[in-house]
Design a protein around this ligand. Structure first.
Ligand code: ADP
Ligand code: ZN
Length: 528
């Protein structure tokens, strides 16, 4: 017999097989779907690629009435609707970019009860006309996708999401399923409170993505490091994403990648809407492209064969990093992620938080997130385990698929080099950046050293045993540790903090990664 487009009464398993062609449910999908089928509401925390969509699509198709999906991004809605229509499901999107003629058609289909799934922007949904209309129709469920947009603690706060709280009052009998990839406890509680889900269960899915190999490294030669990574990570057909900390950097990166012969695209929030759509379209089309983007590029990427994700600047939080690297390897095949970072990134991010006009409480949280991110970047034990702990999950002791597990760093008692560097900072009057301090430690009489008489300091030349690069590494780890601050507002001079005192006094041991302290090569040791 002919498969019907819409068969209320069909079981979730049947819909899973017939419509989506999957042999079985994954993780907690089945449990969540059963809960919603029984009329329950809840919050789903699952990482990107975890399979959140099925959690509302399947019950929407099985339950009588219309499934209403709130989504913050037009591109995301369009992608989902196109995919569903291809599978023969009567889905449509309603948002402000829709030409009036098409909007009329959607409303006509709605009035006829011809739609099974309606994707709608929060502003559209919250119009009196829309709510009144929905109140007169049988509804299967409300799904609130990207639910972290409701929270000011997240980085994606959207004021229009706040209004969604009224769904609980206006539609008490309709199940509401909120979904997000964010698992930060504070944000989770905020989502539940805002959306009236405080008494409903939270379903936390598996955050581990074992097919993504993760690595982080101090930024030494950005282009060289990225070139080597791309060479190792790309398979010639899949896509790659380079996340950059600023719009200007996406443009510079696109330019040099293109000069290298890559099909590189650029994406950031400052681009014209048409250019953004075009970039999205090129990326979605399936070519072997590299997207150099700010975090504005993200939601709605449903390309399964992103083979790698690189970050040229430190992400704001483990949640951001996880969400961004989670765009790789959705097909389950091996994928890679590389994070490059520098002491300057860490100091700049700390400084930005300090200077932001946000309330103290929020600054404290952002600072905690940043410090968690720094600890992942500077990890001396399994990087994945540290990352998963940020989501309340205990990974295995050694994942075997991160750079730390694959080549464990030897730790080294770095107390003496740390003291030497800190004392050089103090002796030179806390007024110099890392370059000059390295000159002093290595015993190089540069013009600046001579000008300040720093060749007469007792610290002059006491650091000949380590390379320039090693000294920069020591400085970076001391910054990461919080013993040194980088004065961003001035000239990047290194300034000791309270935490430097016990190190200088020999009361605190400093463990540094051994590769940081690799000895100066003989040629280099001879000095210049
Ligand atoms: P999320 O919204 O959580 O980022 P998606 O819902 O887009 O994730 O699902 C990610 C991918 O996993 C999609 O390609 C989807 O087809 C696939 N998927 C989801 N559930 C299953 C399942 N039960 N079996 C096989 N593949 C699945
Ligand atoms: Zn590991």
């Amino acid at each position: 017999d002919q498969p019907r487009q819409d068969s209320p009464g069909e079981t979730p398993e049947a819909v899973l097989h017939r419509v989506f062609g999957h042999p079985g449910f994954r993780g907690r999908q089945e449990e969540i779907i059963r809960h919603v089928m029984a009329g329950g509401s809840g919050l789903v925390l699952m990482p990107t690629g975890g399979g959140k969509s099925l959690c509302y699509q399947v019950p929407a198709l099985c339950r009588p009435g219309l499934g209403v999906v709130v989504s913050p991004l037009i591109a995301l809605m369009e992608d989902q609707v196109a995919a569903l229509r291809q599978q023969g499901i009567a889905a449509a999107a309603l948002h402000s970019d829709l030409p009036e003629e098409q909007a009329r058609e959607v409303r006509r289909e709605l009035a006829q009860g011809a739609l099974k799934l309606l994707y709608v922007s929060p502003e559209r949904l919250l119009l009196d006309g829309t709510l009144d209309f929905l109140a007169r129709r049988p509804l299967a469920l409300f799904a609130i996708d990207e639910a972290h947009c409701v929270s000011q603690w997240g980085h994606h706060f959207r004021p229009e999401y706040r209004g969604l709280g009224l769904l609980a009052e206006r539609f008490p009998a309709v199940p509401r399923l909120a979904l997000t990839a964010t698992a930060d406890p504070r944000t989770v509680e905020d989502i539940r409170a805002q959306l009236g889900l405080s008494d409903s269960p939270v379903f936390r899915g598996g955050f581990d993505r074992p097919n993504i190999q993760i690595a982080a490294a101090p930024r030494e030669s950005e282009r060289g490091q990225l070139r080597a990574f791309i060479k190792a990570a790309s398979d010639g057909t899949g896509a790659g994403i380079v996340y950059c900390g600023s719009r200007a950097r996406t443009e510079q990166t696109t330019a040099w990648l293109q000069a290298d012969g890559h099909d590189a695209l650029c994406f950031h929030a400052g681009m014209e809407p048409a250019a953004k759509r075009e970039a999205h379209r090129r990326f979605a089309r399936g070519d072997a492209v590299i997207m150099a983007a700010t975090i504005a590029f993200g939601m709605g990427i449903d390309r399964p064969d992103v083979r790698w994700v690189a970050h040229l600047d430190l992400p704001r939080s483990p949640e951001s990093w996880y969400q961004e690297i989670g765009r790789a390897g959705r097909d389950g095949l091996p994928a890679r992620a590389l994070l490059l970072y520098g002491a300057g990134d860490i100091a700049l991010a700390r400084h930005r938080i300090l200077e932001s006009p946000a309330p103290e409480e929020q600054k404290r949280i952002e600072r905690a997130r940043l410090e968690a991110m720094v600890s992942i970047a500077e990890a001396a034990t399994c990087r994945r385990r540290i990352l998963l702990r940020c989501f309340g999950e205990d990974g295995p002791e050694h994942c075997g698929a991160c750079d730390v597990c694959r080549s464990p760093p030897r730790l080294f008692d770095g107390t003496v080099p740390a003291q030497k560097l800190l004392s050089a900072v103090l002796r030179t009057g806390r007024r110099f950046g890392v370059g000059h301090l390295v000159d002093v430690l290595r015993g190089r009489v540069t013009d600046k050293v001579a000008q300040f008489g720093h060749d007469r300091l007792p610290t002059f030349g006491i650091g000949k045993d380590l390379s320039d690069q090693a000294w920069r590494g020591v400085a970076r780890q001391l910054v990461a540790m919080g013993a040194l601050d980088v004065a961003i507002e001035n000239h990047g001079e290194l300034v000791p903090t309270e935490a430097a005192r016990p190190i200088l006094k020999g009361e605190q041991q400093v463990m540094l990664r051994a590769e940081t302290l690799r000895e100066a090569a003989p040629r280099e040791r001879a000095g210049r």
